[in-house]
Ligand binder design. Structure first.
Ligand code: ATP
Ligand code: MG
Length: 385
């Protein structure tokens, strides 16, 4: 019997009008995720997505990849069978024998999508159930069983599966437009990026660093974070903006407001990159009250500089929650590597916490802002992923 993986998705069903579009995106994303494995095939068969044809030894790695494809609700490693009761029984016993933890209770859920198959679903369930009960000595519980053995007899494919691995759900990347994430080397912005990917947004990234005051290591870190996010369908490119000189100029206008002005400049430049990338929104990792700069007053003044919508998916998260998520994503270990924070450059110990737009504008008027934005944008270096 051949191993296959049954991919289940649910949320995309909600979007009735766009169902086909979403399904095609999901299929494409799954194909991309497993493309490097030989002979693997991804098929859409009676409302289910089936991954098959791969070498058995690659199954673990294929599952790991698929767990990072948004839109997938669960994955069931299964056995493909001939449409035949004896085969279903044998496959069920084989799969139950291989379970790491023997369950106390089980039930069989059978589905017969091939109505020409002579045995009805309840009968299939009863027959396969009896075999598992007698041979494996596991009690039947039709209410809340610890294990569900699924049997499907279909026209094109028949299979048995026992265990499903939960994935993150969400929407397929590329189904909710394109965004530009402001990616730093910190913990938060990679998590913010992940949250938007999960909502189906494809991303490009822009990062700011401050040579000659901050070295290339901080850039390497951001690149590494991008490649971690790439496994989740993350940024296809990273724009690198060297803005140390611009920071110096802004800080000389007013040191206490420097951080606010850096942020406003970042949003303006990132928006230019967004226009080039076809992105319709900016994404940042800001979280309310996390640091002195992230008060509601400051956030409002910062955002006022953006010509584009700024999405801040972490606004209501606290640090612990963000760290837990970063660990799950796989970005945490990279984010905590020591690096110099570009934003603290030339800023006082106690920056403004209640910025007022009129004062900030007064200072900003003293520099050629449009020229500064253009220069930074024109000199962007782009790394493709
Ligand atoms: P992070 O962990 O994402 O760096 P943080 O808690 O350090 O966040 P801030 O430094 O105040 O918060 O930054 C808020 C947001 O501004 C970041 O999440 C990120 O989206 C953006 N940002 C900050 N610094 C940079 C940078 N050097 N390059 C690109 N984006 C940045
Ligand atoms: Mg930071």
């Amino acid at each position: 019997m051949k191993k296959i993986i049954i991919v289940k998705y649910n949320e995309i069903f909600i979007k009735k009008g766009n169902r086909r579009l979403f399904k095609n995106k999901l299929l494409n994303n799954i194909r991309k995720a497993v493309a490097e494995f030989e002979k693997v095939e991804v098929k859409n068969i009676h409302g289910r997505i089936i991954v098959h044809g791969y070498e058995a030894e690659n199954e673990g790695e294929i599952l790991t990849r698929l767990k990072k494809v948004f839109g997938i609700y669960s994955l069931s490693p299964s056995l493909k069978i001939e449409p035949d009761l004896a085969a279903a029984r044998q496959a069920a016993l084989q799969l139950v024998s291989k379970l790491k933890i023997k369950p106390d209770t089980f039930k069989v859920a059978a589905k017969r999508s091939d109505k020409s198959f002579p045995i009805t679903s309840p009968e299939i369930a009863r027959e396969v159930g009896a075999a598992v009960f007698h041979e494996k000595n596991i009690a039947v519980d039709l209410g809340k069983p610890q294990l569900v053995v699924e049997v499907e007899i279909g026209r094109q494919i028949s299979f048995v599966s026992v265990d499903s691995l939960k994935a993150d759900g969400g929407l397929p990347v590329g189904s909710s437009g394109h965004g530009e994430v402001l990616l730093s080397g910190g913990i938060d912005s990679p998590v913010a990026a992940w949250m938007m990917l999960k909502r189906g947004m494809s991303l490009s990234a822009t990062t700011f660093y401050s040579p000659p005051w901050v070295g290339d290591e901080s850039l390497k870190k951001v690149e590494k974070l991008c490649s971690i996010l790439r496994e989740w369908g993350g940024p296809d490119k990273l724009h690198v903006i060297a803005y140390g000189m611009a920071q110096k100029e802004l800080s000389q206008l007013n040191a206490k407001l420097a951080l606010i002005m850096y942020r406003r400049l970042m949003l303006r430049v990132a928006a230019q990159m967004a226009f080039k990338d076809g992105a319709k929104a900016l994404v940042t990792g800001e979280s309310l009250g996390q640091v002195a700069s992230q008060t509601i007053e400051n956030m409002a003044v910062i955002e006022a500089a953006s010509p584009l919508l700024v999405l801040k998916p972490l606004t209501g998260f606290n640090k612990e929650e963000i760290i837990t998520q970063a660990k799950k994503i796989g970005s945490f270990e990279t984010s905590i590597l020591p690096h110099q924070d570009s934003c603290s450059l030339f800023t006082p110990k106690h920056p403004e916490t209640k910025a007022q737009l009129k004062y900030v504008l007064r200072y900003e008027k003293q520099v050629e802002m449009a020229a500064m934005v253009k220069e930074l944008t024109d000199n962007a270096q782009t790394i493709e992923f």
